[in-house]
Design a protein around this ligand. Structure first.
Ligand code: ATP
Length: 360
């Protein structure tokens, strides 16, 4: 007699909890396509992020739990990911096909915000996520340069602008539409229209993440973005010596005012590793980003070391995660990408009740 039933397999799998979502993987709906054929049990585990750091542990735990059941001879587990759709906020129209919009922002200029946005986007695409990158830094759009796509010109198809594809990322930038060195001088209402067009008149297609490289500081573009679409969260980039706490706290407050959750703080240019000796130098001091995160009670997403490769790769149009995938900088960007994806899924899976509370 075969004692194996779907119910017993699911019960065994209920022992496994998602460490971030604090529920078991059956309740969370992660188990799909469960099949029992004789002593062979097969199923898929569908996680909420393609860059899940505990993926392997979860697979092993699942195999172990099910193998213990009487009658089980073989367990086949396929790991998969389905990024949850971020919640809509108020009456802001969602972009069809775009699951999560993530703003990459900074308190002040020059901290490496665009470098972080580009490497974050490419690192997520390397994990098979469908990623878009909107360069909304209208005054200094340098994303195309960093992606080696300055010469590209987007074409219009059925009234929509087709994004340029680079390193698996679909990208649009003001620099592609209005090339040249003259600065953009635009006032609030026109800016609002531009941001709206970048969102709605671009054929983004199906995206797990749309990363938006914001202009530095707090201004009209930030407000427009938050008013036009539900932004799943903001990533704030700082340097360790970002002395101006005021800038950072202004940025945090602004996102709070427009009901955009803070996914966390990334500290860029954290330390320098001498390529010849491997010695580590804390050029700008230590731990500033982490302290800021603690102070404001938001997640710390990681630190990116300074490295000549980062700047050179940026200038050459090949992001460091592609050009030097094993460098400490690339590894750090990949860890930050995992952490961002993790925070996005935590935000997206938060119970409705908390959402109502934040909106109240
Ligand atoms: N970790 C790093 N190591 C070395 N160079 C870096 C690092 N991060 C950024 N840079 C370099 O610093 C410069 C500024 O970076 P980036 O353009 O990304 O900053 P930003 O904050 O987006 O600037 P802006 O505010 O002007 O838009 C670039 O030349 C970039 O290559």
């Amino acid at each position: 007699m075969n004692l194996l039933s779907e119910e017993s397999v699911l019960n065994a799998l209920r022992q496994i909890k998602d460490p971030d979502l604090h529920k078991d993987i059956v309740t969370l709906g992660f188990i799909r396509d469960l099949r029992i054929e004789g002593g062979e049990v097969s199923f898929r585990i569908v996680l909420t992020t393609p860059a899940c750091p505990v993926k392997e542990q979860m697979r092993e735990a699942a195999i172990e739990a099910v193998s213990k059941l009487p009658g089980v001879e073989r367990v086949n587990v396929t790991m998969d990911a389905e990024v949850p759709r971020g919640r809509g906020i108020g009456n802001r129209a969602t972009l069809p096909g775009v699951r999560n919009i993530i703003a990459v922002s900074s308190g002040k200029g020059g901290v490496g915000k665009s470098t972080v946005a580009v490497n974050l986007a490419v690192a997520l695409a390397l994990r098979q996520a469908r990623v878009g990158l909107l360069d909304a830094d209208i005054y200094g759009p340098n994303v195309p340069l960093m992606l080696g796509a300055v010469q590209a010109r987007p074409i219009i198809d059925r009234n929509k602008l087709l994004p340029i594809e680079a390193y698996g990322v679909r990208m649009i930038s003001m620099a592609l539409i209005k090339p040249g060195d003259e600065p953009m001088i635009v006032r609030g209402p026109i800016l609002h229209g531009l941001v709206r067009q970048f969102l709605q008149d671009v054929a983004w297609g199906e995206l797990d993440y749309l990363i938006v490289d914001m202009p530095p500081g707090t201004g009209d573009v930030q407000l427009s973005l938050a008013q036009l679409v539900p932004v799943q969260g903001a990533v704030l980039v700082t340097t360790p010596q970002e002395v101006s706490l005021a800038d950072v706290s202004r940025a945090l407050r602004m996102f709070e005012t427009v009901a955009v959750p803070i996914l966390g703080i990334v500290e860029n240019m954290s330390y320098f590793i001498a390529p010849d000796t491997g010695a580590r130098y804390q050029i700008f001091g230590e731990g500033g980003g982490r302290r800021l995160a603690e102070r404001y009670g938001v997640p710390f997403l990681g630190e990116i070391p300074l490295g000549i490769e980062v700047r050179e790769s940026g200038d050459r149009g090949v992001p460091v995660v592609i050009a030097h995938p094993n460098s400490p900088q690339a590894q750090a960007f990949k860890r930050v990408a995992e952490e961002v994806a993790r925070q996005v899924s935590i935000e997206a899976m938060k119970p409705e009740l908390t959402i109502l509370k934040t909106n109240a």
